[in-house]
Design a protein around this ligand. Structure first.
Ligand code: DQA
Length: 142
């Protein structure tokens, strides 16, 4: 495991101000900076990408497919709707870990189904920002 890509889906750019009682007070930059330090300690090169657009997320998965050895993705609300992101993940060879800050199984019914979970190695949900670090360790220990 040398190169890891982290993809954040829609509305995650507003972390810190968006529903802090659910998603916490850390900003996306806080989360990324913390994860970058952790990755560097393990000798991993890490890249971050955020988009509010489904097609842009798919383009990023495709364009990094040869570079990345592992992918961490929080698809935001696309988790529950996107067959297209699911198909893009099937098309990459590397292990993928799905992360959710909140516990999607303890919230509204529509959040309990994930198109993504059925095609990834692991799902981490409800561990807040620490879920990204857990995802990194899961990839390193593949
Ligand atoms: C989320 C959970 C999703 O249901 C929601 O649409 C998000 C964030 C999470 O990290 O808990 O945008 O993926």
């Amino acid at each position: 495991m040398k190169n890891v890509l982290v993809i954040h889906g829609p509305n995650l750019n507003l972390l810190g101000e968006r529903e802090p009682e659910i998603y916490g007070s850390q900003t996306l930059d806080d989360i990324n900076n913390n994860l970058k330090k952790d990755a560097e300690k393990q000798g991993i090169e890490i890249k971050f990408y955020q988009s509010n657009h489904e097609g842009a997320i798919i383009d990023e998965i495709q364009s990094q497919r040869k570079w990345m050895d592992g992918l961490i993705i929080n698809p935001g609300a696309y988790t529950h709707t996107s067959i297209a992101i699911m198909d893009a993940l099937i098309a990459v060879d590397c292990p993928v870990v799905e992360v959710h800050l909140s516990n999607i199984f303890s919230r509204e019914k529509f959040r309990r189904h994930s198109y993504i979970s059925q095609v990834v190695e692991a799902v981490i949900s409800g561990c807040s920002s620490y879920g990204y670090n857990l995802a990194l360790y899961a990839l390193i220990n593949q």
